[in-house]
Ligand binder design. Structure first.
Ligand SMILES: [Zn+2]
Length: 343
Protein backbone atom coordinates (compact mmCIF):
# COMPACT_ATOMS: atom_id res chain seq x y z
CA UNK A 1 0.00 0.00 0.00
CA UNK A 2 2.96 2.34 0.45
CA UNK A 3 4.42 1.69 -2.98
CA UNK A 4 3.45 5.13 -4.25
CA UNK A 5 5.31 6.66 -1.31
CA UNK A 6 8.54 4.94 -2.18
CA UNK A 7 8.41 6.23 -5.75
CA UNK A 8 7.92 9.82 -4.68
CA UNK A 9 11.05 11.96 -4.76
CA UNK A 10 12.08 14.22 -1.96
CA UNK A 11 12.25 17.86 -3.00
CA UNK A 12 15.38 18.27 -0.90
CA UNK A 13 17.23 15.78 -3.14
CA UNK A 14 16.66 17.95 -6.17
CA UNK A 15 17.97 21.07 -4.46
CA UNK A 16 20.71 19.29 -2.56
CA UNK A 17 23.67 20.87 -4.35
CA UNK A 18 22.67 24.48 -3.88
CA UNK A 19 21.74 23.83 -0.25
CA UNK A 20 25.05 22.11 0.44
CA UNK A 21 26.95 25.02 -1.02
CA UNK A 22 25.07 27.50 1.04
CA UNK A 23 25.62 25.57 4.25
CA UNK A 24 29.30 24.91 3.51
CA UNK A 25 29.94 28.56 2.74
CA UNK A 26 28.53 29.81 5.99
CA UNK A 27 29.47 27.35 8.72
CA UNK A 28 31.90 24.45 9.10
CA UNK A 29 30.39 21.52 11.01
CA UNK A 30 32.32 20.64 14.18
CA UNK A 31 34.66 17.70 14.34
CA UNK A 32 32.61 15.55 11.94
CA UNK A 33 33.77 15.94 8.37
CA UNK A 34 31.66 18.89 7.15
CA UNK A 35 30.36 17.61 3.79
CA UNK A 36 29.59 14.12 5.16
CA UNK A 37 27.69 15.52 8.12
CA UNK A 38 25.59 17.75 5.89
CA UNK A 39 24.92 14.90 3.45
CA UNK A 40 23.81 12.71 6.34
CA UNK A 41 21.57 15.48 7.66
CA UNK A 42 20.01 15.95 4.22
CA UNK A 43 19.37 12.19 3.97
CA UNK A 44 17.74 12.13 7.40
CA UNK A 45 15.56 15.14 6.63
CA UNK A 46 14.57 13.59 3.28
CA UNK A 47 13.75 10.29 4.94
CA UNK A 48 11.57 12.05 7.52
CA UNK A 49 9.92 14.20 4.85
CA UNK A 50 9.13 11.11 2.78
CA UNK A 51 8.08 8.88 5.64
CA UNK A 52 5.79 11.13 7.64
CA UNK A 53 3.37 12.72 5.16
CA UNK A 54 3.20 9.76 2.79
CA UNK A 55 2.36 7.32 5.59
CA UNK A 56 -0.23 9.70 7.02
CA UNK A 57 -1.72 10.00 3.54
CA UNK A 58 -1.87 6.28 2.82
CA UNK A 59 -2.95 5.19 6.24
CA UNK A 60 -6.55 4.34 6.95
CA UNK A 61 -7.98 7.18 9.02
CA UNK A 62 -9.85 5.84 12.05
CA UNK A 63 -11.67 7.60 14.88
CA UNK A 64 -12.06 5.74 18.18
CA UNK A 65 -14.27 7.09 20.95
CA UNK A 66 -11.81 6.22 23.73
CA UNK A 67 -8.07 5.77 24.20
CA UNK A 68 -8.63 2.08 24.97
CA UNK A 69 -10.28 1.50 21.60
CA UNK A 70 -7.51 3.57 19.97
CA UNK A 71 -4.78 1.47 21.55
CA UNK A 72 -6.42 -1.81 20.50
CA UNK A 73 -7.09 -0.51 16.98
CA UNK A 74 -3.43 0.46 16.67
CA UNK A 75 -2.42 -2.99 17.88
CA UNK A 76 -4.29 -4.56 14.93
CA UNK A 77 -3.80 -1.81 12.33
CA UNK A 78 -0.10 -1.18 13.00
CA UNK A 79 1.48 1.09 10.41
CA UNK A 80 -1.54 0.82 8.17
CA UNK A 81 -3.76 3.00 10.35
CA UNK A 82 -3.86 6.52 11.72
CA UNK A 83 -6.11 6.54 14.81
CA UNK A 84 -7.39 9.45 16.88
CA UNK A 85 -9.55 9.17 19.99
CA UNK A 86 -12.26 11.62 21.02
CA UNK A 87 -12.64 11.38 24.81
CA UNK A 88 -9.54 12.49 26.75
CA UNK A 89 -8.54 9.79 29.26
CA UNK A 90 -8.42 12.35 32.05
CA UNK A 91 -12.17 12.88 32.13
CA UNK A 92 -15.14 10.65 32.89
CA UNK A 93 -16.06 9.16 29.50
CA UNK A 94 -19.57 8.36 30.71
CA UNK A 95 -20.16 12.10 31.24
CA UNK A 96 -18.65 13.13 27.89
CA UNK A 97 -20.36 15.71 25.70
CA UNK A 98 -19.21 15.69 22.08
CA UNK A 99 -17.41 18.89 20.99
CA UNK A 100 -17.56 20.78 17.67
CA UNK A 101 -13.95 19.75 16.96
CA UNK A 102 -15.07 16.10 17.14
CA UNK A 103 -17.14 16.72 14.00
CA UNK A 104 -13.97 17.98 12.31
CA UNK A 105 -12.03 14.92 13.48
CA UNK A 106 -14.48 12.65 11.66
CA UNK A 107 -13.65 14.30 8.33
CA UNK A 108 -11.81 11.79 6.10
CA UNK A 109 -12.36 8.97 8.62
CA UNK A 110 -13.00 5.59 7.02
CA UNK A 111 -13.84 3.77 10.23
CA UNK A 112 -15.11 4.46 13.76
CA UNK A 113 -14.56 2.21 16.77
CA UNK A 114 -16.88 2.61 19.73
CA UNK A 115 -17.14 0.94 23.15
CA UNK A 116 -20.86 0.45 22.64
CA UNK A 117 -23.51 -0.45 25.23
CA UNK A 118 -24.44 2.90 26.84
CA UNK A 119 -20.87 4.12 27.12
CA UNK A 120 -20.66 6.37 24.05
CA UNK A 121 -24.24 6.84 22.88
CA UNK A 122 -23.37 10.42 21.84
CA UNK A 123 -21.43 9.02 18.87
CA UNK A 124 -24.58 8.42 16.83
CA UNK A 125 -25.57 12.08 16.93
CA UNK A 126 -22.02 13.13 16.23
CA UNK A 127 -21.86 10.90 13.13
CA UNK A 128 -25.11 12.39 11.85
CA UNK A 129 -23.71 15.91 12.40
CA UNK A 130 -20.44 15.03 10.69
CA UNK A 131 -22.12 13.65 7.57
CA UNK A 132 -24.13 16.89 7.31
CA UNK A 133 -21.05 19.06 7.86
CA UNK A 134 -18.59 17.23 5.62
CA UNK A 135 -19.19 15.71 2.26
CA UNK A 136 -17.65 12.27 2.08
CA UNK A 137 -18.27 11.34 5.72
CA UNK A 138 -20.18 8.16 4.99
CA UNK A 139 -20.27 4.49 5.81
CA UNK A 140 -19.58 5.20 9.47
CA UNK A 141 -23.04 4.93 11.00
CA UNK A 142 -24.41 1.96 12.92
CA UNK A 143 -24.78 -1.03 10.61
CA UNK A 144 -22.53 0.49 7.92
CA UNK A 145 -19.17 -1.04 6.85
CA UNK A 146 -16.96 1.47 8.71
CA UNK A 147 -18.77 1.17 12.06
CA UNK A 148 -17.24 -1.04 14.74
CA UNK A 149 -19.19 -1.68 17.93
CA UNK A 150 -16.42 -3.35 19.91
CA UNK A 151 -18.89 -4.76 22.46
CA UNK A 152 -20.30 -7.20 19.92
CA UNK A 153 -20.08 -10.78 21.29
CA UNK A 154 -18.87 -9.61 24.71
CA UNK A 155 -20.51 -11.37 27.68
CA UNK A 156 -21.85 -8.29 29.48
CA UNK A 157 -21.87 -8.15 33.30
CA UNK A 158 -24.42 -6.45 35.60
CA UNK A 159 -27.30 -6.58 33.15
CA UNK A 160 -30.41 -5.39 34.93
CA UNK A 161 -33.07 -6.33 32.40
CA UNK A 162 -36.02 -4.00 31.98
CA UNK A 163 -36.36 -2.90 35.62
CA UNK A 164 -34.27 0.26 35.20
CA UNK A 165 -35.96 3.25 36.83
CA UNK A 166 -35.04 6.94 37.03
CA UNK A 167 -33.31 6.40 40.41
CA UNK A 168 -31.03 3.72 39.00
CA UNK A 169 -28.35 6.16 37.87
CA UNK A 170 -27.72 7.26 34.32
CA UNK A 171 -24.83 4.95 33.60
CA UNK A 172 -24.69 1.19 32.97
CA UNK A 173 -28.33 0.92 31.87
CA UNK A 174 -27.37 -1.73 29.28
CA UNK A 175 -25.06 -3.54 31.66
CA UNK A 176 -21.53 -2.75 32.79
CA UNK A 177 -19.70 -1.22 29.79
CA UNK A 178 -16.12 -1.36 31.21
CA UNK A 179 -15.48 -4.72 29.52
CA UNK A 180 -12.05 -3.79 28.09
CA UNK A 181 -10.72 -4.06 31.66
CA UNK A 182 -10.74 -7.84 31.32
CA UNK A 183 -7.61 -8.33 29.20
CA UNK A 184 -9.09 -11.57 27.86
CA UNK A 185 -11.85 -9.51 26.22
CA UNK A 186 -9.16 -7.99 23.98
CA UNK A 187 -9.49 -11.15 21.87
CA UNK A 188 -13.10 -10.28 21.05
CA UNK A 189 -12.49 -6.53 20.71
CA UNK A 190 -9.54 -6.96 18.34
CA UNK A 191 -11.55 -9.61 16.46
CA UNK A 192 -14.28 -7.03 15.80
CA UNK A 193 -11.67 -4.48 14.72
CA UNK A 194 -9.90 -6.96 12.44
CA UNK A 195 -13.15 -7.88 10.70
CA UNK A 196 -13.83 -4.23 9.79
CA UNK A 197 -10.21 -3.54 8.72
CA UNK A 198 -10.24 -6.60 6.45
CA UNK A 199 -13.51 -5.41 4.94
CA UNK A 200 -12.25 -1.87 4.26
CA UNK A 201 -8.71 -2.76 3.24
CA UNK A 202 -8.78 -6.39 2.01
CA UNK A 203 -5.33 -6.18 0.40
CA UNK A 204 -3.76 -5.74 3.84
CA UNK A 205 -5.99 -8.20 5.70
CA UNK A 206 -3.20 -10.79 6.22
CA UNK A 207 -1.02 -8.02 7.65
CA UNK A 208 -3.74 -6.98 10.13
CA UNK A 209 -4.37 -10.58 11.07
CA UNK A 210 -0.67 -11.14 11.79
CA UNK A 211 -0.55 -7.94 13.89
CA UNK A 212 -3.52 -9.12 15.95
CA UNK A 213 -2.03 -12.55 16.59
CA UNK A 214 1.31 -11.05 17.61
CA UNK A 215 -0.48 -8.66 19.98
CA UNK A 216 -2.56 -11.44 21.54
CA UNK A 217 0.61 -13.48 22.03
CA UNK A 218 2.21 -10.55 23.86
CA UNK A 219 -0.94 -10.17 25.97
CA UNK A 220 -1.00 -13.89 26.82
CA UNK A 221 2.61 -13.70 27.99
CA UNK A 222 1.83 -10.73 30.26
CA UNK A 223 -1.35 -12.36 31.59
CA UNK A 224 0.74 -14.87 33.53
CA UNK A 225 2.49 -12.00 35.28
CA UNK A 226 -0.77 -10.23 36.14
CA UNK A 227 -2.23 -13.47 37.47
CA UNK A 228 0.85 -14.01 39.61
CA UNK A 229 0.38 -10.52 41.08
CA UNK A 230 -3.31 -11.22 41.73
CA UNK A 231 -2.37 -14.03 44.11
CA UNK A 232 -1.27 -11.42 46.68
CA UNK A 233 -4.71 -9.79 46.43
CA UNK A 234 -6.76 -12.93 46.95
CA UNK A 235 -9.38 -12.50 49.67
CA UNK A 236 -8.46 -8.83 50.24
CA UNK A 237 -11.67 -6.79 50.22
CA UNK A 238 -11.66 -3.44 48.39
CA UNK A 239 -14.01 -0.55 47.78
CA UNK A 240 -14.12 1.46 44.53
CA UNK A 241 -15.67 4.81 43.70
CA UNK A 242 -17.43 3.64 40.51
CA UNK A 243 -18.11 0.08 39.38
CA UNK A 244 -15.50 0.23 36.60
CA UNK A 245 -13.73 -2.88 37.82
CA UNK A 246 -16.28 -5.68 37.49
CA UNK A 247 -14.43 -7.30 34.56
CA UNK A 248 -10.98 -6.82 36.06
CA UNK A 249 -12.29 -8.31 39.31
CA UNK A 250 -13.76 -11.33 37.60
CA UNK A 251 -10.57 -12.06 35.65
CA UNK A 252 -8.22 -11.71 38.61
CA UNK A 253 -10.64 -12.76 41.40
CA UNK A 254 -10.46 -9.38 43.12
CA UNK A 255 -12.96 -8.78 45.92
CA UNK A 256 -14.78 -5.45 45.50
CA UNK A 257 -17.30 -5.43 48.36
CA UNK A 258 -18.91 -2.03 47.67
CA UNK A 259 -18.84 1.10 45.53
CA UNK A 260 -18.79 4.63 46.97
CA UNK A 261 -21.43 5.59 44.42
CA UNK A 262 -24.67 3.95 45.57
CA UNK A 263 -25.56 3.57 41.87
CA UNK A 264 -23.43 4.18 38.76
CA UNK A 265 -23.25 7.93 38.19
CA UNK A 266 -24.92 8.87 41.51
CA UNK A 267 -22.73 10.49 44.22
CA UNK A 268 -23.04 9.18 47.81
CA UNK A 269 -25.10 10.91 50.54
CA UNK A 270 -23.63 11.38 54.06
CA UNK A 271 -25.80 8.47 55.27
CA UNK A 272 -24.38 6.26 52.53
CA UNK A 273 -20.83 7.26 53.46
CA UNK A 274 -21.58 6.36 57.10
CA UNK A 275 -22.87 2.98 55.95
CA UNK A 276 -19.73 2.46 53.91
CA UNK A 277 -17.51 3.20 56.90
CA UNK A 278 -19.34 0.49 58.87
CA UNK A 279 -18.98 -2.00 55.97
CA UNK A 280 -15.29 -1.19 55.56
CA UNK A 281 -14.63 -1.69 59.30
CA UNK A 282 -16.61 -4.92 59.44
CA UNK A 283 -14.88 -6.38 56.37
CA UNK A 284 -11.46 -4.89 57.18
CA UNK A 285 -11.23 -3.12 53.80
CA UNK A 286 -7.67 -1.78 53.33
CA UNK A 287 -7.95 -0.42 49.79
CA UNK A 288 -10.12 2.31 48.27
CA UNK A 289 -9.81 2.42 44.48
CA UNK A 290 -10.31 5.66 42.61
CA UNK A 291 -9.76 6.70 38.99
CA UNK A 292 -7.89 10.02 38.63
CA UNK A 293 -10.96 11.94 37.39
CA UNK A 294 -13.27 10.65 40.14
CA UNK A 295 -14.04 12.85 43.19
CA UNK A 296 -11.17 12.84 45.62
CA UNK A 297 -13.12 13.93 48.71
CA UNK A 298 -15.32 10.92 49.49
CA UNK A 299 -12.51 8.42 48.84
CA UNK A 300 -10.10 10.40 51.04
CA UNK A 301 -12.76 10.73 53.77
CA UNK A 302 -13.39 6.97 53.84
CA UNK A 303 -9.67 6.21 53.87
CA UNK A 304 -9.10 8.61 56.73
CA UNK A 305 -11.95 7.16 58.81
CA UNK A 306 -10.91 3.54 58.29
CA UNK A 307 -7.13 3.67 57.84
CA UNK A 308 -7.40 2.27 54.30
CA UNK A 309 -5.17 3.45 51.44
CA UNK A 310 -6.53 5.26 48.37
CA UNK A 311 -5.13 3.64 45.22
CA UNK A 312 -5.29 5.45 41.89
CA UNK A 313 -5.98 3.05 39.04
CA UNK A 314 -6.15 3.69 35.32
CA UNK A 315 -9.57 2.70 34.03
CA UNK A 316 -8.47 3.78 30.57
CA UNK A 317 -5.25 4.00 28.59
CA UNK A 318 -3.51 7.29 29.38
CA UNK A 319 -5.46 8.00 32.59
CA UNK A 320 -2.14 7.57 34.41
CA UNK A 321 1.30 8.25 32.95
CA UNK A 322 2.22 4.66 33.83
CA UNK A 323 -0.49 3.34 31.48
CA UNK A 324 0.37 4.69 28.00
CA UNK A 325 -1.09 1.67 26.17
CA UNK A 326 -3.43 -1.27 26.68
CA UNK A 327 -0.89 -3.75 28.04
CA UNK A 328 0.85 -1.26 30.33
CA UNK A 329 -2.54 -0.37 31.85
CA UNK A 330 -2.73 -3.81 33.47
CA UNK A 331 0.95 -3.66 34.46
CA UNK A 332 0.29 -0.35 36.23
CA UNK A 333 -3.01 -1.28 37.87
CA UNK A 334 -1.96 -4.68 39.17
CA UNK A 335 1.34 -3.26 40.48
CA UNK A 336 -0.49 -0.40 42.24
CA UNK A 337 -2.92 -2.79 43.94
CA UNK A 338 -0.15 -5.11 45.09
CA UNK A 339 1.90 -2.17 46.41
CA UNK A 340 -1.10 -0.89 48.40
CA UNK A 341 -1.86 -4.33 49.78
CA UNK A 342 1.70 -4.94 51.00
CA UNK A 343 1.87 -1.49 52.57
ZN1 LIG B 1 -19.23 3.10 34.25
Amino acid sequence: MHRSARKRRCALHRTRDTRLHRIRDTKPVGIVHGANAVRLAVLVVCWLALAAPSLAQDRLRIVATTTDMKSLTEAVGGEGVDVVSLVPPTIDAEEYQAKPQDVVRLKDARMVVRVGLDFDLWLDRLLAQASLAHEGVEGLRRGEPGHVDASRAIAVLDQRGSAVGPSDGHAHASGNPHYWLDPKNAEIITGNILEALARLDPANAPHYEANRLAFLARLEARLADWEAKAVALKGKPMVAYHNSWAYLARRFRLDFVATIEPKPGVPPSPAELARLIRTMRERDVRIVVRAPYEPERSAAFLAEKTGAAVVLLAGSVGALASAPDYLSLFDADMAALVAAQSR
